[in-house]
Design a protein around this ligand. Structure first.
Ligand code: GRF
Length: 206
């Protein structure tokens, strides 16, 4: 039997997507395991979620590296991911733009989840952008990460309706529910080596 894919998760916030991935791995739905969780925010709940499961976790941020540039922080991040023998980096609410040290070290092996149907509504609070725009459909995108912001090749997308009376909170909740299903599903396809990137397109094979 092949070894489970080793995932490193980077996040800055609550970590509910990280939890969904860890759950899916633990129940055998995804042939992978989260081997390390790293955050640029010292008290981010994502770190606590990892600790509760006994998964190694660490804060990599400014206060520990006060004199260092952001690029050096990222190089340190890369060192920790390598040390944990990470094969796939999953961004889960990671609020920094990924730069060259990480992009080079894990070329084609970094994925992200974004709460809109890209290329609509990139950037921050996309569900709120969609609601304020008057869109009737919102959704979720899982994509490979490139040097742009929310611009990498798309792996999976799923729509979520915007319903009359929706608030930013109610829509966000609906989108989260889709995310928690879609992210593990995309990681399963990667772990099963079923994705081929052809230019901008990602094909699911077999
Ligand atoms: C998610 O909505 C994700 O799409 C976006 O950041 C949010 C993270 O939420 N990139 P959580 O920390 O996983 O709960």
């Amino acid at each position: 039997m092949t070894q489970p894919l080793r995932i490193g998760v980077l996040g800055s916030g609550s970590g509910s997507n990280c939890e969904a991935i860890m759950d899916a791995c633990a129940r055998g739905a995804v042939p992978a395991q989260v081997v390390v969780v790293l955050s640029d925010i010292a008290d981010a709940f994502i770190l606590e979620r990892a600790r509760r499961r006994g998964i190694p976790s660490a804060f990599i941020g400014q206060s520990r590296f006060k004199t260092k540039l952001e690029l050096e922080l990222e190089a340190h991040l890369v060192a920790l991911l390598r040390e944990a023998r990470v094969e796939l980096v999953a961004l889960a609410g990671y609020m920094r733009v990924v730069k060259q040290p990480l992009l080079e070290a894990f070329a084609g092996r970094i994925v992200n989840i974004h709460p809109s149907l890209l290329p609509s509504f990139p950037g921050l609070k996309s569900w709120e952008q969609a609601l304020n725009y008057g869109a009737k459909v919102a959704g979720v995108t899982v994509h490979f990460v490139n040097e742009g912001v929310d611009t990498g090749p798309i792996i999976l997308q799923e729509a979520a309706p915007i319903l009359p009376g929706d608030t930013a909170e109610s829509l966000h909740q609906r989108i989260h529910a889709v995310e928690h299903k879609l992210y593990p599903e995309a990681i399963r396809l990667i772990a099963e080596e079923r994705l081929r990137i052809v230019g901008r397109r990602v094909d699911v094979v077999r």
